[in-house]
Design a protein around this ligand. Structure first.
Ligand code: SF4
Ligand code: SF4
Length: 185
């Protein structure tokens, strides 16, 4: 695939900010595309991971932040495991997500950002994820109170979700991580 980014069509390059936030040296990528071949979600996204890196290398600006792969990436680390240069794509995606939120970039349709935020809130509060709390925040955010409610009894019966949260013994450490991460913005 040929990628052209015409001068004047992009904002200021975000490459250095992504490198700084992720700690990943993107100049090492030589576009072998092994990451994209293994990516579990790129078939359903506008661009595969190797293209995201190439666009960054070519000086893409904020326009890259509305790419749907940023939000559909499930952090499975398949790309990382396959990359001969050890490029940590998950950290790159995390950096792009943070930038998209901070810069109020266009966010694809759907509730992925809401789900992300609900997940992080439960981890921050309980020190680990709490599925029922996550579901409650998500349902309030989407006003979908009764959707799938009929499945709850079976879920509880089969003990797929705990009713009460399980507090992590390392809550203070987790809180410190969140504090450090928010200072790093
Ligand atoms: S596998 Fe690594 S080197 Fe190859 S295209 Fe992907 S990020 Fe670049
Ligand atoms: S971590 Fe994200 S970009 Fe990498 S293979 Fe998994 S879904 Fe694709």
């Amino acid at each position: 695939m040929t990628i052209r980014i015409k001068k004047g069509q992009t904002g200021k390059s975000i490459l250095n900010t992504v490198i700084e936030m992720s700690g990943v040296d993107l100049s090492l990528c030589y576009q072998c595309k092994k990451c994209s071949c293994g990516c579990t979600v790129s078939n359903h996204a506008k661009s595969p991971p190797s293209e995201i890196i190439r666009r960054l290398q070519l000086g893409a600006g904020n326009e890259l932040l509305d790419n749907d792969l940023i939000w559909s990436c499930v952090s499975c680390e398949t790309c990382y495991a396959r990359c001969p240069m050890g490029i940590d794509m998950v950290s790159v995606m995390d950096a792009l997500r943070r930038m998209a939120i901070e810069r109020k970039a266009a966010i694809p349709e759907g509730n992925v950002p809401l789900f992300n935020s609900a997940f992080l809130k439960t981890v921050k509060f309980f020190g680990r994820t709490y599925d029922l709390g996550l579901m409650a925040i998500y349902k309030i955010g989407t006003s979908s109170y009764v959707q799938d409610a009929d499945k709850l009894p079976l879920i509880f019966m089969k003990k797929k979700i705990a009713i009460l949260p399980s507090w992590s013994a390392n809550r203070k450490t987790v809180k410190r991580i969140f504090k450090k991460a928010s200072h790093g913005k």
